[in-house]
Design a protein around this ligand. Sequence first.
Ligand code: MG
Length: 367
Amino acid sequence: MGGMDKLMADLDGRPLLAWTVAAMAAAAAVRRVILVTSPERAGSLAGEAWLRGLDTTIVPGGERRQDSVAAGVSVTDGEVVLVHDGARPFVSPRLVDAVAAAAAEHGAAVPVLPVVDSLKRVAGGRIAASADRTDLFRAGTPQGARRNLLVAACLELAGGATVFTDEAELLARYGAQVATVPGEAAALKITDPADLEVARALAESRAGRPRLGTGRDSHPFGPADGLRLAGVDIPEAPRLLGHSDGDAAVHAVCDALLAAVGLGDLGRLFPAGDPATRGIDSRTLLAEVVDRVAGLGWRPASLDLTILGARPRLGGARLERMREALSALLGLPPERVSVQAASGNLAGEEGAGRVISATALVSVVAR
Ligand code: MG
């Protein structure tokens, strides 16, 4: 797997990197998360929905790990800096805090785990010798150091030809003593597709049981053109009437999310008649709802939306645009979002083309 592609792989409905950032941000010792990524991905990363509301800084990295670390460290200002692999999404806040405390006390610290397998030297397909594992440990991340120490080590060594596999090696070469803290087996590094399978199972068990919510909304057509439906503009179709932009589909999604977490409905959150929300883009309302849901410790995990109306015709291309718009707003991969349409078969207000209705079923899981 390529570095950034791997980090954007879906783990229970959100990218692996989103899990990692959320885990780091949850630690008491972490004041700010700095994401160091390839220069070509830095721009697109900033637009990711799951980054909304998090205090993060995105920094273009370099060729080697040490170049990226040097770039990241240069924008830090804390007393202690922690360097964490984006591919270790299940690090616990407890481990992050333990490394930060040890780094503050000793100057530098890394988490280590004993090697549990027997170690062999192999030559020509046969065991040549057994190796003693008693003083061998696997180093994980986050690796922490007092900022002034890591800055000095990077300045002296990171730009050179020697390649360091981690910060502990860089710091030790600089002459620092690096303390150890007990690591966590669950903070595994996802390196190949088989690891991702293990991670998916862990992610599902961590997220716990989902909660469900349904929402339904209807709006009549008004006299003006410029329909907005499910977050997509269809300029040639008539606009729906409403206090906001009339997007009944997005309103149904909002209501479903609010219902899932017991927050009431959209009308209670944004009363119709409030001049501040007159004509408002309903996508703004949905972003606010997702933030409120997050504030209670939940995140969207799936959406099933059905739109009912005789006009305009909602073919595959329009439904696909709606699916893309809603998945971006919810911070979900498109395969977690379903958007269907039905004409109403000439029945009722919808079938007569006077109204568009929408029904949404969402699930949310713990963040
Ligand atoms: Mg409405």
